[in-house]
Design a protein around this ligand. Structure first.
Ligand code: OOG
Ligand code: NI
Length: 469
């Protein structure tokens, strides 16, 4: 079989994302209700803004608005993580970014599997936030040994999915029929099981260490714990959840509401309490576990290291002023403090661009057609933009934020104050578990920006300008 007979990785990823969405809606009906709310809000925002409608229609995004943007899973061993890496590679998803959540009291480190090419992201931006439990952070040695034993024994992949991964790696792709079978068999890994692999007593002990440890160790596999559609107005969805009787987390994570959105804002409804049968229980007896929730996201422009440092600084100014973790009781106060702290972050694209705070994609403007008669060679990029030769658009942030991710974890793991882990961040260990290095997200945005500048220069016949390097 030659490459042209293979399904494209974009096709496989789209099919997988649809199958996952269908499975999750069937399993968690409340998530279906959230999806309806998100669609309603998106429809309202778009019908009130004809310009936005035109833009979404032009880029084709209008058809993809209702597709989920991300999901999340948690695994327990290096072998599970490295096999997941190979499974996601079949769908054109690579590990991007390294997130250490231990400083925020969550005993995991994580990456996001996602497509990296602009065109692939446009076709299907689906990504999976994937966390590896840091078993070494279980301080009770006996419990740690039990956890390790349980994790080493379980088999989270179906034999057929494993065969198809190998076949894909050897041949360089999968036929349409094999791809469809792969999606079907790969999906099984992420299914919910309402039967635990431990007794209620063991579950309680694991849970007392950290609820997340119980969520990873006590089950057959890494059930998908949430899916996240994109909304055009996250504040409206947050309000709407109250009206529909869905309980949202206390605050929206990330930056405050702005005219020019930056990075990522997220909120979720709280995880459901679900009935579970534990090992050794009599028929009719059961306990419960909460893990699964629904989340929504709104994305803005990707920030440069300088912009990101300013974001981190403003966020910590706000958190320090609040003096405690944002919660139900201080939510309104937190929003006020956050907005005040972010007044020092410019809220227009031109300023963010000229100050080097964010990444942009550059295009030759209409005027560029007259470029050859003009001496553009000596002009700076700012001059070319100011004089209308080149225009620019924000590059959307495709990744995650560790403080926000920790907030999402915490609000779904229940009430207790987060524990303090003194363990160091350990990216090297994560890479060795993964079987490869994670890609640096900042480099990906910078490359995208540079590619767009080079193409402007080519079209406008400018050579060796410092701004295209
Ligand atoms: C992942 C939480 C992080 C996000 O959107 O930041 C996350 C988890 O709960 O497993 O999904
Ligand atoms: Ni999420």
């Amino acid at each position: 079989m030659n490459a042209s007979n293979f399904s494209s990785t974009d096709e496989i990823r789209s099919a997988f994302s649809h199958a996952m969405s269908q499975m999750y809606r069937d399993e968690v009906p409340l998530y279906g209700i959230l999806m309806e709310l998100v669609s309603e809000v998106n429809r309202e925002v778009i019908s009130a803004d004809p310009e936005l409608f035109k833009k979404l229609a032009q880029t084709g995004e209008i058809h993809r608005l209702h597709n989920e943007r991300h999901g999340a899973i948690r695994v327990g061993t290096d072998a599970e993580l490295s096999m997941l890496c190979r499974l996601f590679a079949v769908m054109g998803m690579e590990p991007v970014g390294y997130y250490d959540l231990a400083p925020a009291g969550v005993p995991v480190h994580s990456t996001a599997f996602r497509a990296i090419e602009d065109a692939a992201l446009n076709t299907c931006p689906f990504r999976v936030f994937t966390s590896l439990l840091r078993v070494e952070l279980i301080d009770d040695t006996e419990l740690r040994a039990i956890a390790q034993h349980l994790l080493c024994q379980r088999k989270i992949f179906t034999p057929r999915a494993l065969e198809l991964i190998e076949q894909c790696e050897a041949a360089g792709g999968l036929s349409a029929a094999d791809a469809s079978e792969f999606v079907d068999r790969a999906l099984e890994t992420f299914r919910w099981h309402n039967i635990a692999t431990v007794s209620l007593d063991q579950y309680m002990k694991l849970s007392a260490q950290h609820r997340l440890i119980a969520d990873v160790v006590a089950f057959k596999g890494p059930h998908i714990n949430h899916l996240t559609p994109r909304t055009m107005d996250i504040d409206a969805v947050q309000r709407g959840m109250f009206m529909k009787g869905i309980v949202p987390k206390a605050v929206i994570e990330g930056p405050p509401r702005r005219k020019c959105p930056i990075l990522l804002r997220q909120t979720s409804f709280k995880a459901l309490e679900e009935s579970i049968s534990f090992v050794g229980q009599e028929v009719g007896e059961s306990g419960s576990h909460s893990a699964r929730f629904g989340e929504i996201e709104q994305r803005g422009v990707a920030l440069t290291p300088k912009g990101r440092a300013l974001y981190d600084e403003r966020l910590s100014v706000a958190r320090n002023e609040l003096g405690e973790v944002p919660n139900e009781a201080n939510a309104a106060e937190y929003v006020r403090i956050l907005e005040k702290a972010f007044q020092a972050f410019p809220d227009n694209y031109e300023e963010m661009r000229s100050l080097g705070l964010a990444y942009f994609r550059y295009f030759p403007a209409e005027r560029a057609m007259e470029a050859s008669g003009n001496n553009l060679q000596m002009k700076s990029l700012n001059q070319l933009v100011d004089e209308g030769w080149i225009r620019f658009e924000p590059i959307v942030y495709e990744d995650f934020l560790p403080v926000s991710a920790a907030g999402i974890f915490q609000s779904n793991l229940g009430g207790d104050a987060p524990p303090h882990y003194s363990a160091n961040s350990n990216q090297k260990k994560f890479h060795s578990a993964l079987g490869r290095k994670t890609l640096n997200e900042l480099e990906l945005y910078a490359e995208s920006q540079t590619r767009s500048l080079r193409s402007c220069a080519r079209i406008m016949r400018i050579s060796e300008a410092s701004w295209m390097l």
